[in-house]
Design a protein around this ligand. Sequence first.
Ligand code: AMP
Length: 497
Amino acid sequence: MLLDLFDGALADRPSALALDDLTHRQLHDAALRVARRFDVLGVRRGDRVAIYSENRHAVVLSYLAALRVGAIAVPINVLYRRSDLAHAIGDAQPSLVVSSSGAAPFLEGIDTGGAASLDAAEVEACARNDSLTQLRPRPQRSPAPDDPALIIYTSGTTGVSKGAMLSHRNLAAIASQLTAAWRWSGSDVLLCTLPLFHVHGLVAALTSSLVAGGRLLLRERFDAAAVLECLHAAGVTMFFGVPTMYVRLIERVRAGGAAPPPLRLYVSGSAALSAQTHRDFEALFGASILERYGATEFGFALGNRYGGPRVAGSVGIPLPGVRVRVAAPDGTEPVSEGDVGELLVDGPNVFCGYWRQPAATAAAFAVDGDGTRWYRSGDLARYDPDADVYRIVGRIKELIVTGGFNVYPREVELAIEAFPGIRACAVIGKPDAARGELPVAFVETESPIDLEALEASLRERLASFKVPKDIRVVEELPRNALGKIDKPALNRRLSEI
Ligand code: AMP
C-alpha cells in the first residue's frame, strides 16, 4: 500500500533529491534508522507516536519511522497549549512522544502516561548515524491496508477535537489522486511552508511528493519575502498554500517585490480563496491558482481542472476516484441541480473513523439505499451547471437563519470581498429576539473604506435580508494555525459586546 508506493518511487529514483538535500535513498535509510530506534524504545505495531514540533526533518523522519514499524503517527498542532495538548495526548495515549526543544516546555506537567520521549534533535542525530547498519527493512508483519497510519486531531474550532484516523489505504489513495490530478512527477520540486501537523502539509505535500518521487523543500513557516526569494531560485515547480499566504504574496509584490517566473502549479486550499485574490494573483504572477477543497476526514474531494478552466471562487470537480453528492439536510437524497445542500463524500480516501469514538464515527456517515456510506462533510455546497463546477457556500453550523430566510455566509462574504480595499471578511449570525439571527460582517481592510458605499453596493447586489445589519472593520481577523478565520472566536467577540 502506502509503503509500497514509497518503495516504488525509491526504486525508480534512488539518487534524486527527496527532502531538501537528502536523496530518496538517504531519506529512506535515515527513516529506517529512526524506525530501529523506535523499535528499541518499545514502539509496537498499532502504538501511537505523538509528534509535537515545528516543521523540521525530525517530523518527516518520525512520521516515516512510525509508518515503517506499523505504528500510528499523531502529529499535534504545535500551537496547541495546555488543554488542547492534554486532550490530544490523553486521548491518543502514545507510547512515544517526539518533541522539539521549542515545543517541549509546553508538555511539562502534562500526563503522558509513561510514554517514552525523544527530542527532535536526537531523532535527526540518530538518522545521520551510519553505524546503525542493522536496519530493519520492514516490521515483522507489514501494516495491513486498513491499519491506521495517522491520527490527526481536527482543527478544534468547533468544540473538543476528535482524532481522525487515516489508514494506509486512505493515504495511498489520497497521494495517488493528487499525483494523478496534478500531473505530479519525479521532476517536481514543491516548496512547503505549510505545517506538517495538518493534512495539507503532511499528506497533500509531503506524502504525495514522496509517492511522486519528487523533491520537497521544507521551510519552518511561511514568510512572504522568503517564499518569493525561493520561488525565484531555479527549480521550484509547485507551491501549495492557504488563502492568506496568497494575499500576503500579492501584498509583497505590490509593495515592490519582484514576481517570480510562472510556476507549473500553485494550489490553494483549507479555506475559501476569494475570487478577487484569484484574479489579483493571476494578474501579478501570471498563473491561475488551482483551488481545491478538502478536510482532515477525507483528504481532498474536489479541485479545479488542471488543464483549466480554473474558475475563480469555485472548487472545481471531483478528484479521480472520489464521488460527491449535494444532499438534502440529514439525508442522502440529492437536491435539485443547482440547489444548496450538504456535500457528501465517498471514495477510498474517506477516513476510517474517529479514534475510539464509535458514536461520533457513526454520526459522521449517512447510508443511502445502495448501502453507500457517505461522509457528511458538514459543508454546504452547490453544483453550478453553467460552469460545471462545485461551489462551497459555508458550513451547516454557520448557516444564518434570519426571519425564516437562509443566508449562506459565503455568498455574502463573496459580495463584500468584491468591494475594493477589502482584504478578508467573515459573516456570522448574531442572535436577535425578533428575527432569530441577523447577519453581521467583520472586515479586514487594505486601506480605509467607505462603509456607506459598501452597504449601498451590497444592497444593489444582495436580497435585503442578506445584507449585514452591522459591518465592523477590524485590524486583523482571528485565524487558526492554518490561517483559517476562526468564526467561533468572532461569535464570542459578539456575545462579549
Ligand atoms: P480541516 O479539517 O481543518 O482541513 O478543515 C476542513 C474544512 O475546511 C472543510 O470542511 C471546509 O469547511 C474548509 N475548506 C477546505 N477547503 C476549502 C475551500 N477550498 N473552500 C472553502 N472551504 C474549504
